[in-house]
Design a protein around this ligand. Structure first.
Ligand code: SAM
Length: 200
């Protein structure tokens, strides 16, 4: 779902240990900015990155203001479901992209953040994952897509990723993935469809 990264300027929103920052450089990106709110995650990212073209910076995505037309790809893996308010961030990401820029993101699938009977009730969910009392924000699939559309993005591709039948055969404990996918992935373009020419 990623565009060709050769020569591109990349921002990774919620970069964690920086594995995608390093992957993007290995795939030819010219520069990568990794942003994360956690000083501990960034310390580990810096320890494991030997590359002057990768910069890590501490930032809270809830209040982030990115420079205008500064990136060709904005990327975010498994971070946006921690944010209470996505609209300001999506607006900032849209402005920060070059006219041909892309935004590729993954989040925990909405059926994963709300596996019970309250799918349409958006808001905080408390789970025990690595630590007790971790708060994630549940949104419907429509909410994610409509937030992107409202920010001006054109949706290019949507995937609901879960383990394949072959993977489940090897790992029977992943069987639930076939009923409720683990991940939602979206690829969007900064340019609106209208900008590509009239539709017929
Ligand atoms: C599950 S990790 C994913 C890390 C990385 N993207 C990856 O795929 O390995 C979620 C990351 O989101 C970061 N995060 C959570 N809330 C954030 C916020 N408000 N602003 C910036 N980063 C945040 C966490 O510190 C953590 O590094």
């Amino acid at each position: 779902m990623l565009p060709d990264l050769a020569g591109s300027r990349v921002v990774d929103l919620g970069c964690g240990f920086g594995w995608f920052c390093r992957f993007a450089r290995a795939a030819g990106a010219a520069s990568v900015l990794g942003l994360d709110v956690s000083g501990n995650m960034l310390a580990r990212a810096r320890e494991t990155t030997r590359d002057d073209a990768v910069t890590y910076r501490q930032a809270d995505l809830e209040t982030l203001d990115l420079p205008t037309a500064a990136f060709d790809l904005a990327y975010s893996a498994l971070t946006l479901h921690y944010l209470k308010n996505l609209a300001p961030l999506f607006g900032s990401v849209h402005r920060s992209l070059a006219p041909t820029g892309h935004f590729v993101l993954s989040v925990e699938h909405p059926l994963y953040t709300e596996p019970g009977p309250d799918y349409l009730d958006e808001g905080a969910r408390t789970t025990d994952w690595l630590a007790t009392g971790v708060i994630k924000q549940h949104r419907t699939l429509a909410a994610y897509l409509n937030l992107l559309i409202a920010a001006g993005f054109a949706i290019d591709r949507v995937e609901e990723w879960g383990a394949s039948r072959a993977q489940i055969a090897a790992h029977p404990e992943w069987k639930i993935d076939h009923r409720r996918p683990s991940f939602l992935l979206v690829s969007a373009s900064r340019a609106s469809r209208a900008a590509h020419g009239p539709s017929r």
